[in-house]
Design a protein around this ligand. Structure first.
Ligand code: NAD
Length: 312
C-alpha cells in the first residue's frame, strides 16, 4: 500500500514489482510464479481507519477472485494484522502469524538474506566476508532496515543510517548508528550502501554521486531502469541484484507449504551466498553486469520443468 500520483504510476510499479517477483522466485528455485498487488493511495489523502479497512477488504476480494493463482503477503505499507484482516475474506494469504499456522513477519528472513548479500559482496570486493571495520550506509530504518543494521553492528561494522521519517533518528542512535539525512547517506564515502527503503534510488542522477564500492540492500526495484546496472559497473561499484539479495522473505513464505520449519527456511535463505557467488562468477566470465548474469540465471531456472523444481 503506497501513495501514487496516478493509477498509471501504480500500475507501472505493480508490473515492475511482478517482474521482480518472477525473477526472485526463479533464482531462489521456488516453484512459484510472479505477482504483486498494489493498493494505490491517492496523494494528499489521509486514509481514515474505516477507508483503509474497506480498501484492504476490497483487495482481499480481488485476491480471492483469482482462486489461488495469486497469493498475497505483507509488504511496504501493510502489517501482519492487515494480513489477518485479508484472511477473513480469502484463504490465499501467506505470512500469517505463527499462532495462525503461518510463517509470520517475513522481514527477519529478508534481513538475514540482505546481511548475507552484504557479506558476499565484501568477500568479492575485499577478499573477506567479515564486516568488522567496514563502513555501511543504510537507507530506510523500517522492518528490514533495522534488522540489517543490528546484524551489521553486531559484526563490528560502522553504520550510518538515514530515513525520511525524522522519528527514526532515536532508533538509529539507540542501535549505535550515526544519523544522517537520506541525501548525505546516499553519497557517503563508505564501503557499502544498503538501500532498504523504496525503489528507483539508483538512477542517472544518483549513481554518478555514489562513493561506495558495493550496493546491497532490501529495496525492490532499486534501479530506475536496467541500464543503470551498466552505469554502476562502469563506476566499479558491485551491485547485488535486489531480487536476489531480498529473496529471504519469499523463501521463508514458500516454506509454509510443507509445514513451516524455521531452521529449514534459514538454511535456504543462507543459500543466497552461493547464488550470488555464481552470479558474480558468471558476470565476470561473460563480461556482463551482475544484473545480466542474474537475469540469465533466472531465465535458465524458469525453463526447468516444474516437476524438477522444488514444490511449495
Ligand atoms: P518499511 O515500510 O517497514 O520501511 C521502509 C522505511 O523506509 C520506512 O522507515 C520509511 O520511512 C523509509 N523511507 C521511505 N522512503 C525513504 C527515502 N526516500 N529515504 C530514506 N528512507 C525512506 O518497509 P520494509 O518492510 O522494511 O521494506 C523495505 C524495502 O524492502 C521495500 O522496498 C520492500 O519492498 C523491500 N522488501 C521487503 C521485504 C520484507 O520482508 N519486508 C521483502 C522483500 C523486499
Amino acid at each position: 500500500m503506497w501513495v501514487y500520483d496516478d493509477p498509471v504510476a501504480a500500475m507501472r510499479d505493480g508490473m515492475r514489482l511482478s517482474r521482480a517477483m518472477t525473477y526472485k522466485a526463479a533464482v531462489a528455485e521456488l516453484a512459484l510464479g510472479g505477482g504483486k498487488g498494489v493498493i494505490m493511495v491517492p496523494p494528499h489523502i489521509k486514509l481514515s481507519r474505516e477507508r483503509r479497512h474497506a480498501a484492504l477488504l476490497d483487495f482481499a476480494d480481488t485476491v480471492d477472485s483469482v482462486d489461488g493463482r495469486y497469493i498475497t503477503a505483507e509488504d511496504v505499507g501493510t502489517s501482519s494484522r492487515d494480513m489477518s484482516l485479508i484472511a477473513t475474506r480469502t484463504p490465499h494469504v501467506a505470512g500469517l502469524s505463527r499462532r495462525r499456522g503461518g510463517s509470520g513477519d517475513p522481514s527477519p528472513m529478508t534481513s538475514l538474506g540482505v546481511y548475507i548479500a552484504i557479506q558476499s559482496c565484501c568477500e568479492r570486493v575485499f577478499g573477506s566476508p567479515s564486516l568488522r571495520g567496514r563502513s555501511i550506509s543504510l537507507l530506510g530504518l523500517g522492518h528490514v532496515g533495522q534488522r540489517v543494521a543490528r546484524r551489521c553492528l553486531r559484526d563490528g561494522a560502522r553504520l550510518l543510517a538515514a530515513d525520511v521519517d525524522p522519528g527514526k533518528r532515536a532508533t538509529a542512535e539507540r542501535l549505535g548508528a550515526r544519523w544522517m539525512t537520506p541525501e548525505r547517506a546516499l553519497e557517503a564515502d563508505v564501503d557499502v550502501l544498503s538501500p532498504c527503503a523504496l525503489g528507483g534510488v539508483l538512477n542517472d542522477e544518483t549513481v554518478p554521486r555514489l562513493r561506495c564500492r558495493i550496493v546491497a540492500g532490501a529495496a525492490n526495484n532499486q534501479l530506475a531502469s536496467d541500464e543503470i546496472a551498466d552505469l554502476l559497473a562502469a563506476r566499479g561499484i558491485l551491485w547485488a541484484p535486489d531480487f536476489v539479495a531480498n529473496a529471504g522473505g519469499l523463501i521463508n513464505i514458500a516454506e509454509e507449504a510443507g509445514g513451516y520449519d524455521p531452521a529449514a527456511a534459514r538454511r535456504r535463505v543462507r543459500g543466497i551466498a552461493g547464488t550470488l557467488r555464481q552470479i558474480f562468477d558468471d558476470s565476470e566470465s561473460i563480461g556482463a553486469t551482475p544484473l545480466t548474469a542474474a537475469l540469465e540465471l533466472a531465465r535458465k531456472r524458469l525453463f526447468v520443468p516444474a516437476s524438477s523444481a522444488r514444490p511449495v
